[in-house]
Design a protein around this ligand. Structure first.
Ligand code: NAD
Length: 291
């Protein structure tokens, strides 16, 4: 079993980005600048946004955190987005999800200028992604492609089973893996909460991407020998033995599934850190396009 180590791989990618950034800045370009809008103070969202800001500093990027009240109106939030859209100092920005219930998420994502949409969530960028045109790929699927490529996991002609059909992970992942690309050319089955006989399907999989958000859902009896497993899930589970009061659980029962796997990602330290590295990669791309 080979561990797909997202922590070390993402550090390597961040170093590569830092080197390229320094070269560009030495040539006179200003440093890439990423902004993040955070509405409210949800613990997990705060952790993710802080990690993104910290990663920017490491890569030599500028970053701006726009922290807004949980009670902000949709109109005011759309105004904040317009400010970032028109601010020439900002190359790219993200709106950290989830948003409070009174705000229409789709409306917000549609308001982001596609040229600054480094999360790749705007319909224009989703469309380009689906057509395999150059664009900002959504960071989590992008990070998974990068991990598969760097570890030279064979994907061509393989059967990939994606569990979950969200717009940010499952759906783009299934599209990308079916495309003609280095990590791609796969035969893809996308499954979801209405799928019948899921186990029959996962047992046929060469590669499984688990993105459903149910801790330790995928168990050893659901996978064949030699499978590659990508665990996207991150759920906080209360744990008094931890300083912060919780531990992170993936969607895969790692202990048993890893025994049957050729390649597997851990949680934490797998897909999560890769997501942040790819957000930086998209921001660097936005900055290069701007200049
Ligand atoms: P979501 O909650 O939007 O969607 C879950 C999907 O799982 C749905 O499409 C649903 O149909 C499917 N599903 C639910 N129960 C199922 C079942 N019993 N069998 C098959 N399919 C089932 O999911 P999301 O936003 O893609 O997030 C999924 C998980 O990934 C969460 O734990 C989330 O925290 C994590 N996540 C991690 C990263 C990262 O960077 N590592 C990024 C995004 C999301």
């Amino acid at each position: 079993m080979i561990l797909l180590d997202g922590k070390s791989t993402s550090n390597q990618i961040k170093e590569e980005i830092a080197v390229e950034t320094k070269q560009l800045v030495d040539k006179g370009m200003r440093a890439p600048h990423l902004a993040a809008i955070l509405v409210g103070s949800n613990g997990a969202s705060l952790t993710y946004v802080n990690a993104k800001v910290k990663a920017c500093a490491k890569a030599g990027f500028e970053s701006t955190l726009v922290n807004l009240s949980e009670e902000i109106s949709e109109e005011k939030l759309l105004q904040e987005i317009e400010n970032l859209n028109t601010n020439p100092e900002i190359d790219g920005f993200i709106v950290q999800l989830p948003l409070p219930k009174h705000i229409d998420e789709q409306k917000v994502l549609m308001a982001v200028n596609p040229d600054k949409d480094v999360d790749g969530f705007h319909p224009t960028n989703v469309g380009k992604m689906a057509l395999n045109l150059p664009t900002f790929l959504p960071a989590t699927p992008f990070g998974i492609l990068e991990l598969l490529e760097r570890y030279k996991v064979e994907t061509s002609g393989k059967h990939v089973v994606v569990i979950g059909r969200s717009h940010i992970v499952g759906s783009p992942m299934s599209i990308l893996m079916s495309q003609k690309r280095t990590a791609g050319n796969s035969t893809v089955t996308i499954t979801h909460s209405r799928t019948k006989n899921l186990k029959e399907i996962t047992l046929q999989a060469d590669i499984i991407v688990a993105a459903l958000g149910i801790p330790e859902f995928l168990t050893a009896d659901m996978v064949k020998e030699g499978v590659t497993v990508i665990d996207v899930g991150i759920t906080r589970i209360a744990d008094d033995t931890k300083k912060n009061g919780f531990r992170l659980a993936g969607d895969v029962h790692f202990e048993s599934v890893s025994k049957k796997s050729n390649f597997i990602t851990p949680v934490p330290g797998g897909v999560g850190p890769m997501t942040i590295a790819m957000l930086l990669k998209n921001t660097l791309l936005a900055a290069k396009r701007r200049s």
